[in-house]
Structures are given as structure tokens and as C-alpha cells.
Design a protein around this ligand. Structure first.
Ligand SMILES: C[S@@+](CC[C@H](N)C(=O)[O-])C[C@H]1O[C@@H](n2cnc3c(N)ncnc32)[C@H](O)[C@@H]1O
Length: 243
């Protein structure tokens, strides 16, 4: 019996119309659809594609054991997550071994900070694994904000807001352009660094780019207590004057 293949599809930043034609075709054809979810929520990747699913498809929710704030040590966060990804990979492997293709949904692009990567790491040596790239939240945020990101020979840095304050400052000190992701509870620290470097007036903030509840606010007006998981700060490159 032929084994199935694992297909990670990028579902884009939230607008269901931002799926690629290839992602949509493979999603609709797959007998099994796996997706990450919280204990009470189906997750954004699932809600993005739910109108495209067929009734006969087997749904395979992979429920995160930890959501929100990570408990302090001695809680073994890395160990808990590693065992969760092991178990999730084995649940998918059972379908693949039985000959069923498994599409796994991923917000944005699967290979850009995507949890799909942990499944790919575990399964790609055992089964055929394909990836369909998706519209990444960085470019979706630029489109939502209406700002070109980089011109000509400018370079762009992508930063995780989870980095320590001094590390963020060191890396941002000399950038042409940057995207700062993973804000949430890191927002106040990120804004402080931008302000110390005099970059706060150039920085743009967007929440839930391309989703129905997308929100754009001046950086200075953002209440750190309200910053959601899907939020980003962009520092666009200086406008090119030559062309
Ligand atoms: C784990 S990363 C996933 C990135 C995703 N794989 C991609 O390609 O865009 C999650 C971070 O992406 C950013 N993000 C994802 N979707 C977003 C959206 N629609 N609007 C703004 N930021 C978003 C946020 O910074 C969030 O903390």
C-alpha cells in the first residue's frame, strides 16, 4: 500500500482570499486536515480556511498543551512542547502510514516561524513532505499599512520581539528596514528600544493585518496591555528619491 504525503500549506495572514491556488487545490483534495489549536479555540489557520473544507475530510486538531504566558520554571516548557510535537507527529504518521495524505495548516508561510517546522523536522525523513509557501505576515502588514518595505540596495532585518532589550537595541541600531514580530507582552520593551534609538517616529504598528478586525494605530497610542498575538511593528526603508 502506498504511504501518504505530508503537505504543509501556508494559509496566509488571515484573509481567506490570500491562499494560493495551489494551497486551495491541495487542501480540498486532502483526506486529512491537521491544524494547531488551543484548548478552547480552533486557531486562526483553521478559521481562515474553514469555508473551503469538505464534510468528508478527517479533521486532526493538534491541541497545544500550553497557551498564553509560559509558566515559570520548574515547569519544563521545552520538554512539554517537545513531547507534544512528538505525539502530534505520530498522530499524523498513523494517517500517512495508512496511505492518507495529510494537509497541515500553517498561518502565513510554513517555513517562516511556523510550528509546522517541528512536524517537518520529525516526519520528512520518513515520509514525502511538501511545502506550499504562503503569504507571510511581514509583506501582508506592509500592504495593510500601505508602505513599501525596501528599495534598491536597502537591507531588511526580521526580529523576534522576544529578544532581550539590549539585544534588540544592538541589532536595530544600524538597520535600513526591519520587521519586529512576536509582540504581545514584549510590546512595551520594543517601543522603549525604538524610542531610545529615535526610531519610534518611523515605526508603524498593525494588528491582525488582512483579517476582518485589522487595526492600525500610531505606535505612541498603543496600550501595551491590549497588544494581541497577531501584531507587528514595521520600520520601512527610507523612500527612494532617485526614481
Ligand atoms: C509564530 S509567528 C508566525 C509567522 C507566520 N508563519 C508568517 O509567515 O507570517 C507569529 C507572529 O507573526 C506575526 N503575524 C502573523 N500574522 C499576522 C497578522 N495577520 N498581522 C500582524 N502580524 C502577524 C505576529 O508578529 C505574530 O506574533
Amino acid at each position: 500500500m502506498a504511504v501518504g504525503r505530508l503537505i504543509g500549506i501556508g494559509v496566509g495572514p488571515g484573509d481567506p482570499e490570500l491562499l494560493t491556488l495551489k494551497a486551495l487545490r491541495l487542501l480540498r483534495a486532502a483526506p486529512v486536515v491537521a491544524y494547531y489549536a488551543g484548548p478552547k479555540k480552533r486557531g486562526n489557520a483553521f478559521t481562515t480556511v474553514q469555508d473551503y473544507l469538505r464534510e468528508e475530510q478527517i479533521l486532526l486538531p493538534l491541541i497545544y498543551p500550553v497557551t498564553g504566558r509560559i509558566p515559570a520554571p520548574p515547569f519544563d516548557y521545552e520538554g512539554v512542547m517537545s513531547r507534544f510535537y512528538d505525539a502530534s507527529a505520530e498522530r499524523i504518521a498513523a494517517h500517512l502510514a495508512a496511505g492518507r495524505d495529510v494537509v497541515t495548516l500553517c498561518e502565513g508561510d510554513p517555513f517562516f516561524y511556523g510550528s509546522f517546522m517541528y512536524l517537518h523536522d520529525r516526519l520528512s525523513g520518513r515520509f514525502r513532505a511538501d511545502v506550499v509557501p504562503g503569504v507571510c505576515s511581514v509583506v501582508a502588514s506592509a500592504a495593510a499599512l500601505g508602505v513599501p518595505l525596501v528599495y534598491r540596495d536597502q537591507s531588511m532585518l526580521v526580529l523576534a520581539g522576544t529578544l532581550p532589550e539590549d539585544e534588540l537595541a544592538r541589532r536595530l541600531a544600524d538597520v535600513d528596514a526591519a520587521a519586529i514580530m512576536k509582540l504581545g507582552s514584549n510590546f512595551a520593551k520594543v517601543r522603549r528600544v525604538l524610542s531610545q534609538l529615535g526610531l519610534d517616529t518611523r515605526a508603524l504598528y498593525v494588528e491582525r493585518a488582512t483579517m476582518t478586525d485589522e487595526r492600525i494605530r500610531p505606535l505612541a497610542d498603543v496600550d501595551p496591555a491590549t497588544v494581541p498575538y497577531f501584531a507587528m511593528v514595521l520600520l520601512p526603508g527610507a523612500r527612494w528619491q532617485g526614481a
